[in-house]
Design a protein around this ligand. Structure first.
Ligand code: BGP
Length: 478
């Protein structure tokens, strides 16, 4: 009989968050203003806006977030009770370099993460760190135009080198940019990436700006990986890709081809991270569209050297496309061709729930790259209600259980190498997409509402007890 493989003994069971979505303390310890600090709440279909941060009456939810900055010790004790063996968070660039272009770092900011990581390690929890999770110093935006400017590469690399040196004995697993490929999907210039707040009338204007900014980020990432490996050869530095597979709506050859091209447009980023060069399908696309990027020989050498050690990715949902034969070849028109998949359910926010898709993408990554995988985000955003003093979030348990089952099958049956699993927002925090508190992912409830009212007290949801036994049994008891 075929022997079943189990999850590895040192499998990292964790939870994932990002600095600006939970820390608060937006001006504490000499922290500078981050792009995330000047973004408004966007809800009910209204996009979050990047402002100058002084609009009267606007709610800037990241200013206080869930006040992890002041409460991290008690929170980490609770994470330890949950049984976490790793904790994925990010370093706020503005705590280390408040404006982003300084030569010397801010010692108070460095000390904060020293204390935070020490607290984790004391509880046997390994920090897993993202360098840039949807934010950058606001000053780099106003002075330099964010990632549209090549100079920002040097500022980022200086930041990366500073924290790599400081935490070289405390952190092993790193990621450079959160969901670096997500910027390919936004119709407007999504603030967390190029950080310019620009609005574009058409793809023709947006795309060259986005690709140029993405190129600078990829070079910055590669240079950081190279330096990180020099500082500590044991560092494991990964890519972080937003993985939403795009299925063809039918077996019609045009739908299948359309889905393949749509996948290429989303996933060329990880090809560059892993292979160290641009895939020919994307350079052919640039040529066809007449995009000429500022890409030097030195950039190409950096990309070739700074390749990643593993693939970190988020997985929440899958998409489906239907070709409309719109005369644009196989270039995908999201507004017209993205369809609702009738075979899967969706969350209140329209995110299509597809556990088997997780196994599918694990195989896709494994076939393509043969690198270890790390599921660094997965979760279910919902409005939770307290009934008799506790949130019985059975819907969240069902979502996570179904995904963990598929994850185990990818390991057991398909032979995929998997480092760990860190469900997103396992403690309630500010939504990145909407700035709301009511879109909750947590196993730990935080008492705070959309308007910012509440005690900020923490309490356990039913999913806390459930995940605790999952971890204790290394995924055997679901
Ligand atoms: C990912 C981001 C996270 C996060 C999560 C859930 O794209 O990396 O920062 O918040 O999605 O998204 P949202 O908060 O919009 O529900």
């Amino acid at each position: 009989m075929e022997e079943k493989m189990a999850l590895r003994k040192d499998f990292l069971w964790g939870g994932a968050v990002a600095a600006h979505q939970l820390e608060g303390g937006w001006q504490a310890g000499g922290k500078g203003i981050s792009v995330a600090d000047v973004m408004t709440v966007g809800a009910n279909g209204v996009a979050r806006r990047i402002t100058d941060g002084v609009l009267p009456g606007e709610n800037y939810p990241n200013h206080e977030a869930i006040d992890f900055y002041h409460r991290y010790k008690a929170d980490i004790a609770l994470f330890a009770e949950l049984g976490l063996t790793c904790f994925r968070t990010s370093i706020a660039w503005t705590r280390i370099f408040p404006k982003g272009d300084e030569a010397a770092p801010n010692e108070a900011g460095l000390q904060f993460y020293d204390d935070l990581f020490d607290e984790c390690l004391k509880h046997g929890i390994a920090p897993v760190i993202t360098l840039s999770h949807f934010e950058m110093p606001y000053h780099l935006v106003t002075e330099y135009g964010g990632w549209r400017n090549r100079k920002v590469i040097d500022f980022f690399v200086h930041f990366a080198e500073t924290v790599f040196r400081r935490y070289k004995d405390k952190v092993t697993y790193w990621m450079t940019f959160n969901e670096i490929n997500n910027q390919a999907n936004y119709v407007d210039d999504f603030a967390p990436f190029t950080n310019s707040g620009l609005k574009f009338e058409a793809d023709e204007e947006r795309e060259p700006v986005m690709y140029q900014a993405a190129h600078y980020e990829l070079v910055a990432s590669a240079r950081a990986v190279k330096i990180g490996h020099e500082i500590n050869p044991d560092f494991q530095i990964g890519s972080m890709i937003a993985m939403c597979p795009i299925y063809p709506a039918t077996m019609k050859p045009r739908d299948i081809m359309k889905a393949q091209v749509a996948m290429q447009r989303r996933y060329w980023f990880s090809d560059v991270h892993v292979r160290g060069h641009y895939p020919s399908y994307i350079t052919a696309y640039f040529k066809r569209r007449g995009f000429t990027l500022d890409m030097t020989e030195a950039d190409k050498q950096d990309l070739a050297v700074g390749t990643v050690d593993y693939i970190g990715f988020s997985y929440y949902m899958s998409f489906a496309v239907k070709d409309t034969d719109n005369g644009a070849g196989f270039d995908y028109d999201e507004a017209k061709e993205l369809i609702r998949n009738p075979y899967v359910e969706a969350s209140d926010w329209g995110w299509q729930i597809d556990p088997l898709g997780l196994r599918y993408v694990m195989n896709w990554f494994n076939e393509r790259y043969e690198l270890p995988l790390f599921i660094v985000e997965n979760g279910f955003g919902a409005v939770d209600e307290i009934v008799d003093g506790k949130i019985q979030d059975t819907y969240r348990i069902a979502y996570l259980k179904a995904h963990i089952e598929q994850m185990k099958d990818a390991v057991d049956i398909d032979g995929v190498e998997l480092i760990g699993y860190t469900p997103w927002g396992f403690i309630d925090l500010v939504s990145a997409g909407t700035g709301e508190m009511k879109k909750r992912y947590g196993m730990i409830y935080v008492d705070k509402d959309n308007e910012g009212n509440g005690t900020l007290n923490r309490s356990k949801k039913a999913s806390f007890d459930w995940y605790q036994q999952v971890i204790a049994s290394n995924g055997e008891v679901l």
